[in-house]
Design a protein around this ligand. Structure first.
Ligand SMILES: O=P(O)(O)OC[C@H]1O[C@H](O)[C@H](O)[C@@H](O)[C@@H]1O
Length: 431
């Protein structure tokens, strides 16, 4: 990944970063890098995530998915960090003979519709939950099992489980002798894409999981004590510094359909990791060039509180635009869709800079296993670096846990005082 922070500098924007700011940040990055390396060396909770490209065993994953190698579809049942990494990888690496669908939400119509479209006899069920207790995941899995029973399919022959060392899902996998993989200890879900959590569907779909890990390893080698030599840290430090200047929203806008899910994965990573103690930068998902025609008006002319992260992929396949006799469209003829996308990308960068809106360019050399593995790793490293600069507990998500306990209490899943707050909700109803 290459990064260009030129449009975040004071030479472009009044509120931009000065040379002195960058030097100060660089010193902070050096300290943070030392902390991160110490955490990695000791496999500390969270920091251990940055060791996944070497710790993950691709052969173990390939072996676990062998029983479902005949699948026409893989259905991931998981949510948040247990689904978004896998979805990102599948979408970025493109089509395969095996479709990948995700049941994360518990929307009844969506779940029913998804199941009714599948040939369950040829579907691999990929159940993922680090805790093994997440209500949405477990409820959906029970429904999938039931649907398989009804269709006369032995669900135990079509299910692969990835979960923590213990918990109800681990017990279930052990009880039925299901192929099972570990969510590695010390790795929070949103940092687990380069483990079995993100790689099982890729393996079933025939994608190059060794390549994904090799990309992660190359990215690990690129980490270093200076932001001027480390794209991941340059990104994390720039986003942090801009947030300190009031650019409290980070719009992640890839110019590639294959990275739409990546923006969603990034949003969880950034929000759950950095949204602590009254700090954090709000991630927003957008897609270029599509959202130039809907949201860009706000980003350029609305409140000056946004950083735009614009991602482009070089080396896209050719897609020539045919010549036309229509005079107004003549400029398009003989060019290529890729050229049009690039022109849109650069025009957006310039238009934002001209309006004093900071933006950062991230470039990827193609969307292959290596570049996708590197991208996921570098964004995780950027996030961990930013967490050090904010001085927050990057790897926990207590605010999310609050709502989970409240919902569980409401469903009779135990006594949770958070559930009482739901009953005492203030109302002012207008019909
Ligand atoms: O993997 P699980 O334990 O099922 O958790 C799935 C997701 O649930 C939560 O609500 C957490 O906030 C997320 O960080 C996590 O990724």
């Amino acid at each position: 990944m290459q990064i260009d922070i030129g449009n975040a500098l004071d030479t472009v924007l009044a509120e931009g970063l000065t040379e002195e700011d960058l030097d100060d940040l660089d010193e902070a990055v050096e300290r943070a890098h030392e902390r991160i390396e110490r955490g990695r060396a000791e496999d500390e909770f969270g920091y251990a995530s940055l060791n996944l490209p070497t710790a993950t065993d691709p052969d173990e994953i390939e072996t676990a998915v062998e029983p479902v190698a005949d699948s026409e579809a893989v259905l991931t049942v998981g949510i948040g960090g247990s689904a978004l990494g896998a979805a990102t990888i599948s979408e970025a690496l493109g089509p395969s003979d095996v479709d990948h669908l995700v049941l994360d939400n518990v929307d009844p119509a969506h779940v029913r519709g998804t199941l009714s479209d599948l040939d369950l006899d040829r579907t691999a069920v990929n159940v993922v939950s680090r805790s093994g207790t997440t209500a949405e995941t477990l409820a959906n899995f029970l429904i999938v099992r039931d649907a398989m029973d009804e269709a006369g399919v032995d669900w135990t022959e079509r299910t692969v489980v990835t979960t923590g060392e213990d918990g109800p899902l681990r017990d279930l996998a052990d009880g039925h002798g299901l192929p099972s993989l570990d969510v590695p200890a010390g790795v929070p879900g949103r940092f687990s894409a380069l483990s079995a959590v993100g790689l099982v569907p890729a393996a079933i779909r025939g994608h190059d999981i060794e390549g994904l890990l090799a990309g992660g390893r190359a990215a690990a080698d690129s980490l270093g004590p200076s932001l001027f030599e480390c794209p991941a840290y340059a990104y994390g430090a720039t986003a942090y510094a801009l947030d300190q200047r009031g650019f409290s929203t980070n719009v992640m806008m890839p110019y590639a359909e294959g990275l739409e899910a990546f923006a969603e994965w990034f949003a969880q990573l950034w929000a759950e990791s950095l949204g602590k103690d009254g700090t954090g930068q709000t991630p927003v998902r957008a897609l270029g060039a599509t959202d130039q025609h809907s949201q860009l008006q706000l980003y350029r002319a609305g409140p000056k509180d946004k950083l735009l992260t614009l991602v482009r992929v070089t080396g896209q396949p050719d897609c020539p635009i045919p010549e036309t006799g229509i005079p107004d469209l003549a400029y398009l003829g003989g060019t290529d869709l890729g050229e049009l996308l690039d022109a849109e990308f650069e025009a957006t960068e310039a238009s934002l800079a001209a309006a004093e809106c900071p933006n950062v360019r991230i470039e990827l050399d193609g969307l292959d296993a290596e570049s996708v593995g590197a991208l996921l790793y570098e964004m995780e490293a950027a996030c961990i670096l930013a967490g050090e600069l904010y001085d927050v507990e990057t790897f926990t998500q207590p605010a999310v846990e609050w709502g989970k306990r409240a919902a569980r209490g409401l469903l009779g899943g135990g006594d949770f005082e958070e559930a009482e707050a739901v009953a005492s909700k203030e109302r002012l109803e207008i019909d």
